[in-house]
Design a protein around this ligand. Sequence first.
Ligand code: PAF
Length: 286
Amino acid sequence: MTDARIETQVVRTRADLRAALAAAPRPLGLVPTMGWLHDGHRSLMRRARADSATTIATIFVNPRQFNEAADYQRYPRNEARDLAICTEEGIGLVFAPSAEEVYPPGFDTVVSVGAVARPLEGAARPGHFDGVATVVAILFELIGAERAYFGQKDAQQVMVIRQMARDLAIPTEVIACPTVREPDGLALSSRNVHLAPDERAAAPVLRRALLAARAGWEAGERSGDALRATMRDVLATESLAIPAYVSVADGRTLAELDRIENGGSALLSLAVRLGSTRLIDNEPIG
Ligand code: PAF
């Protein structure tokens, strides 16, 4: 959706953000991002625009959520391109702060979510969700939006942020939006840019593995081990794909399941390394 009539205002400090928000018509819809925007972000922005009188996006590559310094350094960045996309999508306000503006000197607080943050990405990337919950709590507090929009591709992140907002009594409603995919099924991610051509060709195996397990479940398979084995078998068909985990977990707690009870919900998810790039994807069932 292109709306050339909307000028995107860019603010970089907490004070300028506060001033810009003072006059902003409500409700306010927030799309937090780390930049390198793609069609997944555009879909969040469109949903936010449809729901809100004012839309704000944040662009901040949050150092505290990277558990490897090299991963932070190589995270793709192009602010000029990101701002052009925000303008195309009719985003009225962008908050693009420096790390010092988000974490001023003396900053010494960590927001650490409990059980739902521990397995899967939490186990694989120690400290990652502390970094996510801390920065999102700060953004929620600074911006005070009625709603904030996140991609379902990061399903555990959505659950962690919901838990954080509920526990800290932050009234921003957390809205999860469907995963946007390439035609071959690869979930859009800023990290896809790092895939070499052969890795890119292999990457749809994540989706194939999830869909095979979904098909098993639809055919009546209820054993967690059997569904995990189905995903592993499909991943094994791509020699470049090195699984970090495959999971069949309870849809509310993320505890691994022995069985999916009839009528129960589950989250199928996986993380896979392709060369130096780590990709995740998931499929909710039930
Ligand atoms: O999903 C992301 O891009 C980030 O984790 C978020 C939510 C913007 C926090 O830095």
